[in-house]
Ligand binder design. Structure first.
Ligand code: NMX
Ligand code: MLT
Length: 435
């Protein structure tokens, strides 16, 4: 397949580079860790290598070295669309080169051929209790596709280790191709109990999601979807969803097992579910003050949330120490297209006030908004009112980056991840003998 050919020389080069680094520097000390790291979730330790993207504390997300805003600017656009083709982003992540229009369209075509959802997945989703959270449905739907893993089929037939990445790439393409159809099936079944709309052979990947949820008419929603999926795709591999996925994959569990695990991590309120929580929180501010709260009322509400011991959803970050550029591009989109929307104006006012309050509160290391502070507001404006669905949309995007990372991890024969755990007694003993 053409993508295999495109990747092969790059993989060879990367392997030689790693072999050189390992041979010449394997005993070099890079840093130290302290007791605090054990107790703070391994924060600030550079322990993973990911060449697809990086989160700089000040600049935010860089994809293959390019700031995410630049990426949104330079990726190819089809048919005069405002926002780029997601196929171009997947190409950039996977191949590491700026895509041409043809590259982006070729990926879109690969997806188009594989985009149908097997009947058993929809049947399974329909059989789930009505109050099942959409993220549970998403994780289960991915698992329900696992029987189709090309990696497993080839692995069972004596696939060589150096070739693991090949069927992993096929699985990555197959799962990402179906991601819009999975999300649309969840949406149509859970909220509308209606028949599924098969994917269009003409729409691009993001527009196809809009098509399958019966929003083919909604040009603005298609543009928002393109932007949304691109900026949610990757964020290094230390974040909870990607890290869950790569950990599971390190046991040679296939793309489906790995991605289902990642989606389970993304479902947590400190991670992807913050977009759902943020929208619910904004609506509760609005409703508490009968529609259009003043700045004083908003500040009161923020303090009230903090004083109850809760977090302000959409604010703070484990790595970032600045405004998330993924927030900024969405904020710009909202300002350009619907600056008069009441909820957008509320989210904007919160953005003017919350960082100051969080600084005064004095706990959060980063008082600035993250990607989730505004994404739900844009969805809500475009008619996607079912806000417990928003994290599924985050997950659809995240599968692009995660599965591209999995291809590379298998290409580089990344080992089983297995840190050692020690007991508290052992830790105390080590502290005693070190002092
Ligand atoms: N509101 C109130 N308190 C906060 C916030 C916030 N938005 N952010 C951090 N803190 C608190 C945090 O709970 C911790 O308190 P304690 O010492 O009592 O445990 C303290 O500030 C220090 O936390 P940090 O080191 O600044 O943040 P950490 O790296 O532990 O966590 C988040 C990062 C993102 C989990 C945290 O900022 C948070 O809970 N934010 C709100 C939820 C959210 O928006 N999550 C989405 C992140 C992006 N994503 O999509 O995944
Ligand atoms: C993400 O996109 O994964 C979030 O910003 C959380 C993180 O980077 O840890």
């Amino acid at each position: 397949m053409w993508l295999h050919d495109r990747l092969e020389p790059k993989i060879k080069e990367a392997k030689e580079r790693i072999a050189r680094i390992y041979k010449e520097h394997k005993d070099q000390t890079l840093g130290e860790y302290q007791v605090k790291h054990i107790y703070n979730g391994l924060r600030d330790l550079d322990l993973l290598i990911c060449d697809l993207s990086f989160v700089d504390p000040q600049q935010g997300l860089l994809v293959r070295g390019y700031p995410v805003k630049e990426v949104v600017d330079f990726l190819p656009r089809a048919n005069g669309n405002e926002m780029p083709l997601v196929g171009g982003l997947y190409y950039l992540l996977l191949v590491g080169e700026k895509p041409t229009m043809k590259d982006a369209l070729d990926i879109e075509e690969e997806w188009c051929r594989r985009g149908d959802l097997p009947y058993h997945v929809a049947d399974m989703l329909r059989a789930m209790p009505k109050d099942t959270h959409p993220m549970t449905m998403f994780s289960q739907a991915i698992l329900a596709l696992q029987s189709r893993s090309e990696f497993v089929r080839h692995y069972n037939n004596e696939l060589k280790r150096e070739d693991y990445w090949r069927p992993t790439l096929t699985d990555s393409l197959a799962l990402t191709a179906k991601a819009p159809a999975i999300a649309a099936a969840i949406y149509n079944i859970k909220y509308h109990n209606r028949a599924l709309i098969p994917p269009s052979q003409r729409a691009d990947w993001s527009a196809n999601f809009a098509y399958m949820i019966d929003k083919d008419w909604d040009t603005q929603y298609k543009e928002l979807s393109r932007l949304f999926f691109i900026i949610h795709a990757d964020q290094g591999t230390g974040n909870v969803s990607a890290h869950s996925g790569i950990l599971v994959n390190s046991a040679l569990s296939d793309v489906y097992f790995s991605c289902s695990a990642a989606i389970n991590g993304l479902a947590g309120p400190l991670h992807g579910r913050a977009n759902q929580d943020c929208l619910a929180w904004l609506l509760s501010i609005r409703d508490s003050f009968g529609g259009n709260p003043t700045e004083v009322q908003i500040e009161e509400f923020i303090w009230d949330t903090l004083n109850k011991g809760k977090v302000i959803p959409g604010y703070g970050h484990p790595v970032l120490r600045n405004i998330d550029p993924r927030f900024e591009v969405q904020h710009e989109f909202g300002k350009k297209h619907f600056s008069d929307d009441e909820l957008f104006q509320l989210a904007d006012k919160v953005y003017q006030i919350a960082p100051r309050v969080l600084k005064e509160h004095g706990k959060a290391k980063n008082p600035w908004p993250n990607i989730d502070a505004i994404s739900g507001t844009l969805q809500f404006h475009c008619g996607m009112k079912e806000y417990d669905f928003y994290t599924v949309l985050f997950g659809v995007g995240r599968l692009l980056g995660l599965t591209a990372n999995l291809v590379w991890l298998r290409a580089l024969s990344s080992p089983l991840e297995r840190p050692q755990s020690i007991t508290t007694n052992m830790l105390e003993e080590r502290i005693r003998s070190a002092t």
